[in-house]
Each structure stands twice: as structure tokens, then as C-alpha cells.
Ligand binder design. Structure first.
Ligand SMILES: [Ca+2]
Ligand SMILES: [Ca+2]
Length: 227
């Protein structure tokens, strides 16, 4: 049997399956009072716990001597993400001290610890409950983690992280490169099939109709054959 016939037979076998396209409102990472697993707070004598978050002890600062107190997320699977949206809630406990001086830095690092992206989020003046938002592009499919710091000295011992949510901005699958490796090839066909079968949360809506189904398998094969 020819390879193309085998492919068509397989497509017919999964033709009845239809699952909704992946949604991007489920956080990839979150740090809350009830969810601190995998997160690390780097500060001598510091701890990351429900009590520490409640009692404003998860501060981010860099001392005059250069010691940085930082917050590190666990690794996240960013295979399906074009970018990450970070929502960080920061409670200021002394406005007079902190106003206009606070800015948080968010670094994106790959699994080997190499810095691949960075942004600085300035605080709003005279606001106790700071909602700090930034977007970091994901350079290519893979696992990444985030490192939060305050690079200016002495700014943030009067403020504390309250919670962090990191949402994936779903990769646009219409190019056919559903796994984000820069190529449209058989690996993407496998990716779409796995998404159709519910084995992967990859955005595989290649034809952009809002569903992930056999039509997307056809669409990615057509993209490969047309190249
Ligand atoms: Ca690909
Ligand atoms: Ca589709």
C-alpha cells in the first residue's frame, strides 16, 4: 500500500473525532496562597509559603552590596506558546518609601538557564495593589522558566509578591508550524494528529475554523505538499 494511501486510511479512522481548539486562558504557571509548588524564593533566610505571601515577606530587592533576592518559577512547557503574558500582583506596604522607585524585572530563561528574554515593569505611583503585566516572546518551542527580580537597590523591602499568573498566548497554527520549530514537516502532522486524538494541548487549528479535527490534518499535509 502506498504511503499516501496509508495516510488517507489513518485520516478516515480519526475522521469522527472533533475536539475544541486549545484555549489560552488557563495559566501555564501560577503562584498563589494555595499553590507554591515548584517556585523558589532566593533570599537568605527567606521562605516561600502561604504565610510568607500573606505576611508580605516575599520581597524582591537588590541590596547595596549587590545581593539579589529573586523569585524563580518552575519550568513550563511552552511548546504551544508564541509568547507568555505575565500577570503579577504586588502589594506595596509603604507608599512613601516605594513610590516611583519600584520596578520589577522579568527574565525568561531556557531549560539550560540561558537568558532568552527580559523586560522591566515599572510600578504605578501611589498604588497599594500593583497589577503588573508584561508580555515576553517565546523564541522557539521548548521549556522555559521565569526569574523575577528588582534590579535597583533598596526599593522593595516595603512590598511583596502576592500572586503570579503566566498565560500562554497560543501559537498561530495557520502557518502549519504547529510545534514552532520553524519547519513545516511530518513532525507537525504528528503534532496535529496528537492534538486531534487529545494527547496534546498544542494549538493545531491549521485551517483556522476554531476546531481541531481531521480537516487540520489534511490542511497541514497540503501545506507540506505545496512547499
Ligand atoms: Ca514544525
Ligand atoms: Ca481546524
Amino acid at each position: 500500500m502506498k504511503k499516501r494511501h496509508i495516510t488517507l486510511l489513518f485520516i478516515m479512522c480519526i475522521a469522527a473525532l472533533r475536539v475544541p481548539a486549545a484555549v489560552s486562558d488557563v495559566p501555564l504557571l501560577r503562584l498563589t496562597l494555595t499553590s507554591t509548588d515548584g517556585w523558589t524564593y532566593h533570599r537568605v533566610g527567606g521562605e516561600l509559603s502561604r504565610e510568607a505571601l500573606q505576611n508580605y515577606r516575599v520581597t524582591l530587592l537588590t541590596t547595596e552590596a549587590g545581593e539579589a533576592c529573586t523569585l524563580e518559577s518552575p519550568l513550563a512547557d511552552c511548546t504551544a506558546a508564541d509568547s507568555l503574558r505575565v500577570d503579577l500582583f504586588y502589594r506595596v506596604t509603604d507608599l512613601g518609601y516605594v513610590a516611583a522607585k519600584l520596578a520589577l524585572k522579568v527574565d525568561l530563561l531556557n531549560a539550560q538557564g540561558t537568558l532568552v528574554g527580559s523586560t522591566l515593569i515599572p510600578a504605578q505611583a501611589d498604588v497599594y495593589e500593583q497589577h503588573m503585566i508584561c508580555t515576553l516572546p517565546v523564541p522557539k518551542a521548548g521549556n522555559y522558566y521565569l526569574l523575577f527580580s528588582a534590579p535597583k537597590a533598596d526599593v522593595a523591602d516595603h512590598a511583596s509578591v502576592r500572586s503570579v499568573y503566566v498565560y500562554p498566548a497560543t501559537r498561530d497554527a495557520r502557518s502549519g508550524d504547529v510545534n514552532g520549530d520553524g519547519q513545516v514537516d511530518v513532525a507537525d502532522v504528528n503534532g496535529v494528529i496528537n492534538a486531534v486524538l487529545g494527547r496534546s494541548a498544542l494549538n493545531a487549528d491549521v485551517n483556522g475554523d476554531g476546531q481541531v479535527d481531521v480537516a487540520d490534518v489534511n490542511a497541514v499535509i497540503n501545506l507540506i505538499l505545496s512547499n
